[in-house]
Design a binder for this molecule. Structure first.
Ligand SMILES: Cc1ncc(COP(=O)(O)O)c(C=O)c1O
Length: 357
């Protein structure tokens, strides 16, 4: 907010020059949070831009295989479908195991013929699941596939280390569990494996126009950025990341697990309510549905009590919805600052909304 005031008072360019050290500190904070180098971070508008900037930088040829998971996010899958249509890539979906997470044995078998890319979602939009990202990274390394991890919903609620995960790319939004401003996000691009890649879209920030007929791409992850930025938002993102580091990702995950367990247990105790979460490791996203009261009605009733929730639709993770024949889901995302009393209040409110019917 202070930066917006500065822009209004002195002009956008001038405010950005004055705030240069603060803007630079956002790169450092993110690098610290995920165990990367600062020149491996590109600051962008959101997770979708981060993910697609990485994906469309790959030089796909007809027949190149992309392996993904059942819980893959719609926007990512739409990009697979688009390149299947336009460039003839092949999309292969690794099944889930008996716990509902990516089946690592099946993935190992599928990778006996190495794919070009493994692209999976760490924490899917719905289902409470945390996919085994590190184990997938080991398989990707063994078979020599590139590994793009959608960590949009995991960074900020789980400890993340890109070397432990061994991903080449990691895409993140500012607005979810990092609690940063909307319209901010970042891409991690591993220097060793992505330094030669050519983004689909370039500009005068990601490249230099060197002669009338030539240009050079910027070094490092800067090549995945573009010139114009919402600096107030990016300064806010840096602040949010420092806040998460100060609280501690381990502490955040442990606290969230206690709260989420209480919420899941409470919801399960309500008549005709089903909790749809899966996976051996679960997170702070809790999804459920009621036999007779629709999720939209529940969301509306909760909103009237100042409880914010959302509704997950089949169009967000179509493969998972179809495989499990899920109805529209009520999604309750908690975070470490929530209290036990608040969780109990939510459960009590859902109970009374369903009993009133
Ligand atoms: C798993 C996953 N990936 C990516 C995104 C896209 O994030 P953004 O809208 O910030 O680009 C979402 C948003 O819901 C998501 O759930």
């Amino acid at each position: 907010v202070a930066h917006l005031d500065q822009e209004r008072a002195m002009g956008g360019y001038e405010a950005a020059i004055e705030a240069a050290p603060l803007i630079a500190s956002t790169y450092d904070a993110i690098a610290t949070l995920i165990g990367a180098e600062r020149d491996e971070i590109a600051l962008v508008e959101n997770a979708t831009v981060a993910w697609s900037t990485a994906f469309y930088a790959l030089d796909f040829s007809p027949g190149d295989r992309v392996i993904t998971g059942v819980a893959e996010y719609a926007s990512n899958y739409l990009a697979f479908l688009q390149l299947a249509e336009s460039r003839g890539i092949e999309i292969e979906v690794c099944p889930d195991d008996e716990h509902g997470q990516l089946d690592l044995e099946a993935l190992t078998r599928m990778c006996q013929r190495p794919p070009k890319l493994i692209a999976i979602t760490h924490v899917p939009t719905n289902g409470g699941l945390v996919n085994p990202a590190e184990a997938v990274g080991r398989i990707a390394t063994q078979c020599g596939a590139l590994y793009l991890l959608d960590a949009c919903q995991s960074v900020g609620q789980l400890p993340i280390n890109v070397d432990a995960i061994r991903c080449d790319f990691l895409s993140v939004t500012g607005r979810k569990f990092l609690r940063g401003p909307r319209g901010t996000g970042f891409l991690y691009a591993r220097r060793a494996s992505t330094h030669h890649m050519h983004p689909a879209v370039i500009d005068l920030h990601s490249s230099v126009w060197t002669t009338a007929s030539s240009y050079e791409l910027a070094a490092g992850a800067k090549r995945f950025e573009n010139w114009e930025s919402n600096y107030a938002g990016l300064i806010g993102l840096g602040e949010a990341v420092r806040y998460a580091i100060a609280v501690g990702p381990d502490v955040i995950e442990a606290r969230n697990l206690v709260l989420a367990q209480r919420l899941r247990d409470g919801l399960r105790s309500i008549d005709a309510m089903t909790v749809h979460d899966k996976g051996q490791r679960q997170c702070a996203i809790v999804t459920c549905s009621h036999d007779t009261v629709s999720s939209v009605e529940l969301q509306r009733g909760l909103r009237a009590q100042a409880i914010n929730t959302s509704v997950s639709l089949p169009t967000s993770t179509r493969l998972d919805f179809e495989q499990r024949q899920l109805p529209e889901l009520l999604r309750l995302s908690l975070h470490y600052f929530n209290t036990i009393d608040e969780i109990d209040h939510v459960v009590g409110t859902v109970r009374s909304l369903t009993q009133a019917q």
